[in-house]
Design a binder for this molecule. Structure first.
Ligand code: CP3
Length: 344
């Protein structure tokens, strides 16, 4: 029996670590040829999600193939709107889309916060299979979309550069926006608690469209709901990753969470000053650096590690790895973190 690797949990809790732990957002995905093979077998992305054996297999692939210090559940943030009543499609090359959207009070009857656990049973089955296969080799990260980001998809109905419809709603009908955000929050709390009950050992909230807001609107329509979730989840370390929300970093650092995820726009030393010493920081190598050659990747990774320092840091990219990156380049980033020794 090898000793369980709990580096990432210790780093999240601010305890001493022998080295900086590392994992990668979207580590289970198209960057790995082995993922593409399983996905081809499943037929489609959603086909893969609905087959727990296959979803468990691709969750564990990056642990075996890349040597990361954590597995992240293979699922999607859009399973929550679907469990609430809005089914989504994932079309090749076009990304996600919803046939039904929420744009008026009348549309609220299309959704419910009842039956969330039953509707997401396939995810819990995946978690149970992962835990059987993975054991305690590395911790398993569970996740959900942040309410603001899920709201964006439920109102707009698809990805967008500007997310004009959700942004219009918060300005023109804030009551409706708050009602929908609260329903998403309630469903998300049920979902995350069940993920933890089934074996997830830390959780991350992805606020991918935080950057569509400003400081004022983020504080009103995003942060209070993140706070509710962080307060409701007591048992495991929590990470909040808000892409593009540099303008609210100070407020984010007041959340009752353990780790703040940084995107690559933020300088680690600046972020540390704003956040203070009480939280772990996660990130934040520019994912485009992995287009460079191996020595360039090593150098930039070492520079990043030096800026964060030896404690309270979980190494990651500043957003998900791009699918056209060569897996060996990603491995180079991971190996560089694992070999790095901080000067005393
Ligand atoms: O490895 C992991 O990080 C775990 C699995 C994971 C996926 N999606 C798998 C996936 C996680 C944590 C997510 C989160 C997610 N999903 C986010 C937040 C993170 C972020 O990137 O900001 C968002 C915004 C989504 C919604 C979503 N799902 C989009 C916009 C897309 C892209 C569509 C495309 O064609 O690129 C997806 C699909 C998706 N989710 C893929 C994967 C591996 C690619 C699907 C495929 O295999 O073709």
């Amino acid at each position: 029996m090898t000793k369980p690797n709990d580096l990432i949990l210790r780093a999240a809790l601010g305890q001493d670590v022998e080295r900086t732990p590392v994992w990668v957002m979207r580590q289970a995905g198209r960057v790995l040829p082995e993922y593409r093979a399983v996905r081809a077998k499943a037929g489609s992305f959603k086909g893969l999600l609905f087959q727990p054996e296959l979803a468990a297999e691709v969750t564990i692939q990056p642990v075996d193939l890349l040597g990361v210090d954590a597995a992240i559940l293979f699922s999607d943030i859009l399973v929550i709107p679907e469990a609430m009543g809005l089914e989504y499609r994932m079309d090749e090359g076009r990304g996600p889309s919803f046939e039904q959207t929420i744009r008026s009070e009348a549309d609220l009857k299309k959704i419910t916060t009842n039956g969330i656990e039953e509707n997401l049973e396939y995810v819990f089955q995946t978690i149970r299979l992962i835990k059987q296969e993975l054991g305690d080799r590395v911790p398993l990260i569970g996740f959900a979309g942040a309410p603001w980001t899920i709201f964006c998809y439920m109102v707009e109905g698809k990805g967008s550069k500007t997310f004009s419809m959700p942004r219009a709603m918060i300005m023109s009908n804030p009551e409706l926006a708050h009602t929908l955000l609260q329903a998403i929050t309630d469903a998300t709390i049920i979902y995350l608690k069940a993920q933890i009950r089934e074996g997830c050992q830390m959780i991350q909230l992805f606020d991918s469209w935080a950057g569509a807001l400003n400081n004022d609107s983020y504080n009103t329509f995003a942060l209070p709901y993140l706070k509710q979730i962080c307060e409701a989840i007591q048992d495991v370390p929590k990470t909040v990753f808000s892409l593009g929300a540099f303008f609210s970093l100070e407020e984010l650092s007041q959340l009752p969470c353990n780790t703040i995820g940084l995107d690559w726009h933020m300088d680690p030393r600046w972020a540390r000053k704003v956040v203070g010493g009480e939280k772990t920081l996660q990130g934040n190598l520019d994912p485009a650096i992995l287009y460079g050659d191996y020595s360039f990747i090593r150098l930039r990774t070492q520079e990043m590690l030096q800026k964060f320092g030896p404690n309270r840091h979980i190494a990651n990219l500043g957003h998900g790895v791009y699918p056209d990156i060569h897996a060996d380049k990603l491995k180079c980033f991971i190996d560089t973190v694992k070999e790095y020794q901080h000067s005393k």
